[in-house]
Design a protein around this ligand. Structure first.
Ligand SMILES: Cc1cc2nc3c(=O)[nH]c(=O)nc-3n(C[C@H](O)[C@H](O)[C@H](O)COP(=O)(O)O)c2cc1C
Length: 356
C-alpha cells in the first residue's frame, strides 16, 4: 500500500509551495457567521490557508475584518466573494406566494410583514475594489467566472486566484480564464453549491468522480472539497490526484469559529448529521442539516424566489431564529461527512489532520 506522509508530500506540492504553506489545506471561507478573524488567524498561523468568507460584507466590513487579521498574522490569507449575477426580475404574484408560504414562520417569530427591494446583495465591484486595495495573497470566488479585466487587475497586484467548479465544464472554463488553482466542490460539500448557473439543476457529481474527470484535463492545482473530515479522507483525495484540500464543516465547531450557539448545538447533537441540498434559504442549492424550515418550505417550491432575492427575503427569519436560540429556522450548512466534530482549537485540528 502506498503510504502517504503528508508532512513530506507537501514540500513537493506546487500549490503549497506557491503559498508557502506547511500543509496543503484551505480552511473554507464560510460567509454568514462561522468565519471569524480568530479562525482565519489560527488557520494561517498553523501553516494552512485561512479564508475570509466576505460575500455578505460591504467595503468597510471587509476592511475592518482584515485589519483584525493583520494585527495577529502576516501569513497568507484568502478573501472570498460571490460572483454576481444579473438582478432577477420578480413578479408581484411570486412575491405574494413567497410571503404567504413564510407567513406562519414570521407569526411564530413575531416578525412584521416583510418588504423586499433590490439590491439583493452587496455591490461586487465595490467589494472587489476593496480586495485589490487590501492585496490578500489569494482571492477566491464561487458561482462563476471572474471578468477578464478583474483577472488582470488581480494579477497586477500579485493576488493569486482560486475559482470553484462543480463539474468538469466549469473547471475547464476556469482554467481558460487563467485562474491559478481550482476548488473542485463535490456534491458532498456543506454550504452553497458553486454551480455557475443559479437556476440550473445540480449535476450532483461526487468529489471522487470530479477529481477523476478533471485530473488529466486540468493543468493547474486542484483543491478537493466536500465531505472531508479526517486524515484518511485527505489522503484518499490527494492520492487520487488532488493537490490540496478545502474543509469547511470539520472546522465549524472549533473554538475560534463564530458558529452560533443553536447551529453548534445542532451540529454536535448527532454525529450522523442528516443533510440535504435545498433552495429554500437563498434560492440557490446549498447543503445543510435538515430542519423545520427546510421541511416545511420544500412543500412550496413555487414560492421560492430566485437567488439572491430569497436570501434577502429570509434574512429576518434567520435573524429572529438566532436571537431566540432556535435552530429550526436557521440555515445549518454542513457537508455529508459524518462523525463527532472537533471542539478544540483549529491549530490542534490541523495537527490531527496532518500529523497523526
Ligand atoms: C457554513 C458554510 C459556509 C460556506 N460559505 C462559503 C462561502 O462563503 N464561499 C465559498 O466559496 N464556499 C463556502 N462554503 C463551501 C466551502 O467552501 C466548501 O466547499 C465546503 O465547506 C466543503 O465541504 P465540507 O463542508 O463538507 O468540508 C461554505 C461551507 C459551509 C459549511
Amino acid at each position: 500500500m502506498k503510504v502517504f506522509n503528508l508532512g513530506n508530500t507537501v514540500t513537493k506540492n506546487e500549490f503549497s509551495k506557491k503559498l508557502n504553506l506547511k500543509f496543503p489545506l484551505v480552511v473554507a471561507p464560510m460567509a454568514g457567521g462561522p468565519t471569524s478573524p480568530e479562525l482565519v488567524i489560527a488557520s494561517s498561523e498553523a501553516g494552512v490557508l485561512g479564508s475570509i468568507g466576505a460575500a455578505y460584507y460591504n467595503r468597510n466590513e471587509i476592511e475592518e475584518f482584515i485589519s483584525k487579521v493583520r494585527l495577529q498574522t502576516q501569513k497568507p490569507v484568502a478573501i472570498n466573494l460571490f460572483i454576481p449575477h444579473e438582478e432577477p426580475q420578480i413578479s408581484e404574484s411570486l412575491i405574494s406566494r413567497a410571503i404567504k408560504a413564510t407567513e406562519k414562520f414570521r407569526q411564530q417569530l413575531n416578525l412584521p410583514q416583510p418588504s423586499l427591494l433590490p439590491p439583493y446583495e452587496e455591490n461586487f465591484d465595490e467589494q472587489f475594489d476593496t480586495v485589490l486595495k487590501l492585496k490578500p495573497k489569494v482571492f477566491s470566488f464561487v458561482f462563476g467566472l471572474l471578468k477578464p479585466e478583474y483577472v488582470q487587475a488581480a494579477r497586477k497586484e500579485g493576488i493569486l486566484l482560486i475559482g470553484t467548479a462543480t463539474t468538469l465544464e466549469e473547471a475547464l472554463a476556469l482554467q481558460e480564464s487563467k485562474v491559478d488553482a481550482i476548488t473542485l466542490q463535490g456534491f458532498e460539500a456543506g454550504g452553497h453549491r458553486g454551480i455557475f448557473n443559479s437556476t440550473a439543476a445540480d449535476s450532483e457529481v461526487s468529489l471522487l468522480n470530479l477529481i477523476d474527470q478533471c485530473r488529466d484535463k486540468i493543468k493547474i492545482p486542484l483543491i478537493a472539497a466536500g465531505g472531508l473530515m479526517n486524515s484518511n479522507d485527505i489522503k484518499a483525495v490527494l492520492s487520487r490526484g488532488a493537490h490540496a484540500v478545502q474543509l469547511g464543516t470539520a472546522f465549524l465547531a472549533c473554538k475560534e469559529a463564530a458558529t452560533s450557539a443553536p447551529y453548534r448545538k445542532a451540529l454536535l447533537a448527532t454525529p450522523d448529521r442528516r443533510t440535504k441540498t435545498t433552495r429554500v434559504f437563498s434560492g440557490r442549492f446549498a447543503r445543510g442539516i435538515e430542519n423545520l424550515f427546510m421541511q416545511e418550505m420544500e412543500k412550496h417550491s413555487d414560492a421560492i424566489l430566485p437567488f439572491p432575492a430569497q436570501n434577502k427575503f429570509t434574512r429576518d427569519i434567520r435573524g429572529a431564529s438566532l436571537k431566540n436560540g432556535l435552530s429550526g429556522y436557521l440555515s445549518l450548512w454542513a457537508g455529508t461527512g459524518q462523525g463527532e466534530l472537533w471542539t478544540g482549537s483549529a491549530g490542534e485540528l490541523i495537527q490531527r489532520l496532518f500529523l497523526t
